[in-house]
Ligand binder design. Structure first.
Ligand SMILES: Cc1cc2nc3c(=O)[nH]c(=O)nc-3n(C[C@H](O)[C@H](O)[C@H](O)COP(=O)(O)OP(=O)(O)OC[C@H]3O[C@@H](n4cnc5c(N)ncnc54)[C@H](O)[C@@H]3O)c2cc1C
Length: 434
């Protein structure tokens, strides 16, 4: 069985590695080996154990998450589910390390990794896929395979080549800030999530710790993308003195899929990860889901080419069955929690409820919809009523009504400064979404 996998990051590398391990001939294409995927790099420990990621990739184990509302209200949460486990923490990684390790694992399993760009493909009457790729220097080659996997991220060229209409993308932007040791102390085991119109009118802003720096970022819908840099400044303004002495080492941005597309199989082509829109609303989490989809795609391809009665469409159905409810729930939660300051304050208050924390972390850390008992429902309802009364009787004033005033011109100037500092800015993909 010959398979071509496009995109050698988390989704593609797992697909390629798993297929190669079961004896398939796999070519894994990556358009640029040097590229760093802009990403917050927060992953659940389940990803580490399930996909054999070596511990050395983990830069920080975050055991505390702090939600900060528009008024500055705070809820600190210990990272643990309904029962304490040894790996109750969020793993913080940098993508250049994680992606390199995942690529190496795919190669060790036997995948043929090539630096080349997928251009287009066709499928002939016998079901063979003809894939045209372009190497650095411009040489083009067309290879024939039994199946093609598009794990080429947001704005997937493989999805386009399949004829899928463009899906909606949010814009996410991030700055990596080196922090002196004394400032880093606070973030050693703590991640922060900020809510408010000053940090994002649509989602949240974050400060995620890495070994010697923090990643400060935010995301917003395409209609607000031209103010992304201003929202990023908003997050930094909120973090204030905690970022004292910070020095920018990288400014990066990238689109983030905001729309699930239930069709993931086109003939003998399957879409995996961001290419399939597999990013959870509310959290923006996509790394685990890309890897899980890669594994599922590999298993489905293997089963199909062993027995044609096992249809490739089973991939879509299994994905839906496993994660559909979770994604639906998170979509609703996003609408309820992030729109408008009242909802955001309510959400921050609700996060102080033990049951909400435990169920959230059960779902995040172990990727299963947590079992909600009648007792949970009752206690969460009581907390909800309390939080609503609190918000109604003591309305809180947001610290700021919008992001720091930065015009598009200033935003551009900021980017240019960053570039002239010798800092890489991946704006090309980010611009696609704006
Ligand atoms: C700013 C930001 C912060 C985020 N933070 C988090 C977080 O903290 N936790 C989390 O879980 N998720 C986060 N995400 C989402 C996460 O980054 C993605 O969901 C995840 O990377 C998807 O993996 P993937 O393998 O599907 O795609 P990608 O990681 O995007 O990889 C696609 C690969 O395909 C390659 N490629 C593209 N086109 C071609 C082509 N034509 N030919 C050959 N190769 C090609 C690209 O170079 C790339 O290497 C964040 C995203 C952004 C933008």
């Amino acid at each position: 069985m010959d398979v071509i996998v496009v995109g050698a990051n988390v989704g593609g590398s797992v697909t390629a590695g798993d297929l190669a391990a079961i004896g398939a001939n796999v070519i894994l294409l990556e358009r640029d080996f040097k590229r760093k995927k802009p990403c917050g790099g927060a992953i659940p420990p389940k990803a580490i154990s399930e996909f054999g990621i070596p511990d050395r990739v983990i830069e920080r184990k975050t055991t505390r998450a702090v939600m900060i509302g528009p008024s500055g209200s705070e809820t600190g949460m210990d990272v643990r589910g309904t029962r304490a486990r040894e790996d109750d923490y969020i793993c913080m990684v940098t993508r250049e390390n994680l992606d390199r390790v995942m690529r190496e694992k795919a190669q060790d399993a036997g995948a043929d990794l090539r630096e080349a760009t997928f251009v287009s493909h066709t499928e002939d009457a016998s079901g063979k896929v003809h894939v045209t790729m372009r190497y650095r220097g411009g040489r083009e080659e067309t290879l024939v395979a039994d199946a093609l996997v598009g794990a080429d991220g947001a704005g997937s060229a493989v999805a386009k080549s399949c004829g899928r209409p463009a899906i909606k993308h949010a814009s996410a932007i991030q700055e990596r800030l080196y922090l002196p040791d004394d400032a880093m102390k606070y973030y050693e085991t703590t991640a922060e999530l900020y809510l408010g119109n000053d940090v994002s009118p649509d989602f949240y802003g974050w400060v995620f710790p890495k070994s010697d720096h923090v990643a400060v970022g935010t995301g917003c819908r395409p209609e607000h993308a031209n103010r992304s840099y201003a929202f990023l400044e908003g997050v930094k303004a909120r973090a204030g003195d905690k970022l004292k002495g910070a020095k920018r080492i990288l400014l990066e941005g990238h689109p983030l899929p905001m729309q699930r597309y239930k069709k993931l199989v086109y003939g003998n082509t399957l879409l995996v990860g961001d290419a399939g829109g597999m990013v959870a609303h509310t959290s923006g989490e996509g790394i685990y889901f890309a890897m899980a989809a890669g594994r599922l795609a590999a298993q489905t391809i293997h089963a199909h080419f062993g027995d044609a009665k096992f249809k490739l469409e089973r991939y879509e159905k299994s994905w839906q069955k496993r994660y559909g409810t979770m994604f639906d729930f998170l979509e609703v939660l996003e609408k309820l929690s992030y729109r408008g300051d009242k909802n955001r304050e309510f959400f921050v208050d609700m996060c102080s409820t033990k049951e909400v924390q435990e169920l959230t972390f059960d779902s995040y850390l172990f990727k299963e919809m947590a079992k909600v008992t009648p007792a949970h429902h009752a206690r969460m309802a009581i907390s909800g009523v309390k939080a609503a009364i609190n918000n109604w009787t003591q309305p809180r004033t947001p610290l700021s009504s919008g992001p720091p005033q930065i015009t598009a011109k200033e935003a551009l100037a900021l980017t240019r400064v960053a570039v002239s500092d010798g800092v890489a800015v991946d704006e090309s993909a980010f611009a696609e979404a704006s």
